[in-house]
Design a protein around this ligand. Structure first.
Ligand SMILES: Nc1ncnc2c1ncn2[C@@H]1O[C@H](COP(=O)(O)OP(=O)(O)OP(=O)(O)O)[C@@H](O)[C@H]1O
Ligand SMILES: [Mg+2]
Length: 243
């Protein structure tokens, strides 16, 4: 039997809305599970709540209600120091806005998690990885001087060197050309073959169709879970009114 590594149970998220007394609910009771080696995609229109869900299920932003377990642990019940260590060792995150440190060179951004975890930095491995993902810039360049696509590759490389057991990726290839997109997808797919679980938000139907399970979100609700999705099934699900 496959090992379950993500268990999300009836989570909601409420946020304080400007000028209103009552908080606004932007995620409504979402449940989902994922196993080691599984590649999940989350699709849905802009504003559907994809990033909010990813943040809540990855331990970054506590849901208002409901439960999250990653590798059997509730990340929101760990003490701050334990939670930080758990994330550093087990969980990778590729952010929609990259979350890089602009005042550091690309290389230092990539190896920062390794340094924080007191792991050895294998410069050759990093160089090989950068070559593999077609990173053409000089890794000693400051991130603030890189193009959007290059910055996205730095964010991807940072996760790829870290040996995480679960990777959350929020539109990881949105800024990339189609060749780079395919290379990155291939690398992520390769990681799932080694037992890593990946949850990826994407607007790219073709890419979602190449994952194992697609979840469609609309207005903060989980609409459909499509196993072995096809582009046609996804296209249809996303074009239905859903209400
Ligand atoms: N902190 C917040 N305060 C108020 N509203 C928020 C907050 N965070 C998210 N929202 C709202 O919740 C909804 C979902 O946002 P979210 O960023 O999760 O969407 P998304 O599906 O990731 O969209 P996109 O595809 O554009 O990235 C949006 O309407 C957004 O404006
Ligand atoms: Mg988003």
């Amino acid at each position: 039997m496959k090992k379950q590594v993500i268990d999300v149970n009836q989570i909601t998220k409420q946020v304080a809305a400007n000028g209103k007394h009552a908080p606004v609910e932007i995620l409504h009771g979402i449940s989902l599970q994922a196993n080691a080696g599984e590649f999940l995609s989350i699709v849905g229109p802009s504003g559907a709540g994809k990033s909010t869900l990813l943040n809540a299920m990855s331990g970054l932003s506590k849901p208002t209600s409901g439960e999250v377990h990653l590798l059997g642990q509730d990340p929101y019940r760990l003490r701050a120091s334990q939670a930080a260590e758990f994330r550093r060792k087990q969980i990778g995150f590729i952010f929609q806005n990259y979350n890089l440190i602009p005042a550091l060179p690309a290389f230092d951004n990539i190896v920062l998690p390794l340094r924080l975890a007191h792991k050895n930095v294998d410069r050759q491995k990093v160089a090989a990885l950068l070559k593999q993902i077609n990173f053409a810039a000089d890794p000693s360049n400051f991130v603030s001087n890189l193009s959007g696509g290059e910055q996205q590759k730095v964010a991807i490389a940072r996760v790829l060197v870290a040996n995480s057991r679960i990777i959350f990726a929020d539109e990881p290839t949105g800024a990339l050309d189609s060749i780079s997109r395919q290379i990155i997808f291939g690398l992520l797919r390769h990681l799932t073959k080694q037992g890593i679980c990946i949850v990826m938000v994407t607007h790219d139907i073709e890419m979602a169709a190449a994952t194992d399970k697609a979840i469609t979100l609309r207005d903060g609700r989980l609409e459909k879970v499509i196993n072995q999705p096809t582009a046609e099934a996804l296209f249809q699900a996303l074009n239905e009114e859903g209400r």
